[in-house]
Design a protein around this ligand. Structure first.
Ligand SMILES: [Zn+2]
Length: 363
C-alpha cells in the first residue's frame, strides 16, 4: 500500500511545476490586433465616438457604447472581459492605475509584436518589417509541437496572411490557417465546406486580412473535431478598421471579438476535453497613438504610446484578481513563458525570454 501511495505521489509530481499542481492541460493564446488599452480599460473614446472625421457609417455608436461612466462604457464595449474575465481572471495594463504593460521591441507594429508574444523575446535586429519572411526564431508553438506530448496537438488560426511566416509553418509543420486560406483535409465538416464557399463570396475590405468571423469559425470547427491542446487565434479586424479611420467599425469589431472569446469560454465549459482544464491568455501586438488625435489610427516607433499594451488571463489555475490595480511593469515578452508555465513546463529559447507573470499562477 505504501508503495502504491508513493507511486501516486510520483505521478502527481510529474504534473507539478515548482511544487504546485496545475489543472491547465490546454492553452489558448488569443490576440486582438492593435486594440488600445484605452478602449479596453475606459471604453469608447469621447474624442472619437461622435467625431465626423472617423464615424460616418450610420451606426448609433452612442446608443451602443456610450455612458458617462468609464466603468459602464468598458462594460458596454467588452461585456465578457468586464463580466466573466474581470470576475474570475486577471487584467493587466490599466496605466491610469500605474499598471503598465509594454512591448520590449521598439518597432511597435505587427510582426515584431507577434514574434515577441510567441517567442518570448524581441528581435529588433532581424524582425523589423511585416514582410512575408519565415521567422528565424522558434515560437513557443513550435517548441511545444516538438515535444512528444504536444506533437499534432498545436494549431493556429489567424486573419492576417503573414502568420504562416511568423509561425514558420514550413519548418514547424504546425497547421496554420491564415489570410484567405480554406480549410483543407479529407474529412471537412459541412460548416467548413460552407465557410470555404462563403469566404470566396464575401469580399474582405483588405488585401491581406480576412474578416474575423471566418478565422473564428474555422478555428471552432477544427477545435471541435481535433481537440488540440495548444491553439493560437489571431483576430485582425481592429487594426485594419483603425488604419482605415473607421472608429465605429473598430469599436464594433472589438465588441464582436469579445463575443468570440466568450464563445470559446462557453464552449470549453460544455466540453469534457476542455472543461476545468483550459486557460486563455489574451493580449495585443501593439498599441496606437492618442495625441495628436489622428494617431489613434496608427502605430510604429514614431507614434507616442504605440508600445503600450495589455494582457489578460482566465483559467482554472489563475487566481481571480480581476483588474490588477497595483503599480507594476510587465512586458510583452512574458506571455510565452507564462503560457508554458501554465502547462507545467519550463521554457527557454535561443535568446533569454521574459519571466513568468507570477501572479497568473497559483502561489
Ligand atoms: Zn497596423
Amino acid at each position: 500500500m505504501k508503495n502504491l501511495i508513493f507511486f501516486f505521489l510520483l505521478l502527481l509530481g510529474s504534473f507539478t511545476v515548482i511544487g504546485q499542481s496545475l489543472k491547465t492541460e490546454n492553452l489558448f493564446i488569443i490576440t486582438f490586433d492593435g486594440l488600445r488599452w484605452q478602449e479596453l480599460f475606459t471604453g469608447a473614446d469621447s474624442a472619437l465616438i461622435t467625431n465626423k472625421d472617423y464615424v460616418r457609417d450610420g451606426w448609433d455608436l452612442k446608443q451602443l457604447f456610450w455612458s458617462d461612466s468609464p466603468d459602464e462604457r468598458r462594460r458596454k464595449l467588452m461585456p465578457f472581459f468586464w463580466g466573466e474575465l474581470a470576475k474570475h481572471g486577471q487584467l493587466y495594463g490599466n496605466r491610469k492605475l500605474g499598471n503598465y504593460v509594454d512591448c520590449s521591441n521598439n518597432m511597435w507594429f505587427s510582426y515584431p509584436g507577434y514574434n515577441e508574444i510567441l517567442c518570448g523575446f524581441a528581435d529588433d535586429q532581424r524582425i523589423k518589417s511585416n514582410n512575408k519572411v519565415n521567422n528565424p526564431n522558434v515560437t513557443l508553438l513550435e517548441y511545444l509541437h516538438n515535444l512528444p506530448a504536444f506533437k499534432g496537438k498545436v494549431a493556429a488560426f489567424c486573419s492576417w496572411d503573414v502568420f504562416p511566416y511568423i509561425i514558420n509553418r514550413e519548418r514547424s509543420q504546425i497547421p496554420v490557417n491564415a489570410g484567405f486560406e480554406s480549410a483543407i483535409g479529407s474529412k471537412l465538416s459541412e460548416r467548413e465546406k460552407f465557410l470555404n464557399e462563403l469566404q470566396t463570396q464575401i469580399p474582405s475590405p483588405w488585401g491581406g486580412v480576412r474578416l474575423d468571423g471566418f478565422t473564428h469559425h474555422y478555428a471552432m470547427e477544427y477545435v471541435r473535431q481535433n481537440k488540440p491542446k495548444v491553439v493560437y487565434i489571431s483576430y485582425g479586424e481592429t487594426d485594419d478598421f483603425a488604419h482605415d479611420g473607421k472608429y465605429g467599425a473598430y469599436l464594433r469589431s472589438a465588441h464582436q471579438t469579445d463575443k468570440f472569446i466568450q464563445a470559446w469560454w462557453d464552449y470549453f465549459q460544455q466540453d469534457a476535453h476542455y472543461r476545468g482544464k483550459t486557460t486563455i491568455l489574451v493580449t495585443t501586438d501593439h498599441g496606437r497613438g492618442t495625441v495628436p488625435l489622428d494617431t489613434w489610427r496608427s502605430h510604429g516607433t514614431e507614434v507616442a504610446g504605440a508600445g503600450q499594451i495589455w494582457i489578460a488571463a482566465l483559467g482554472p489555475d489563475t487566481p481571480p484578481r480581476g483588474e490588477v490595480k497595483e503599480p507594476m511593469q510587465l512586458f510583452q515578452n512574458q506571455v510565452a513563458k507564462t503560457a508554458a508555465a501554465l502547462l507545467g513546463l519550463p521554457y527557454t529559447n535561443a535568446k533569454p525570454v521574459g519571466d513568468v507573470i507570477a501572479p497568473v499562477l497559483p502561489k
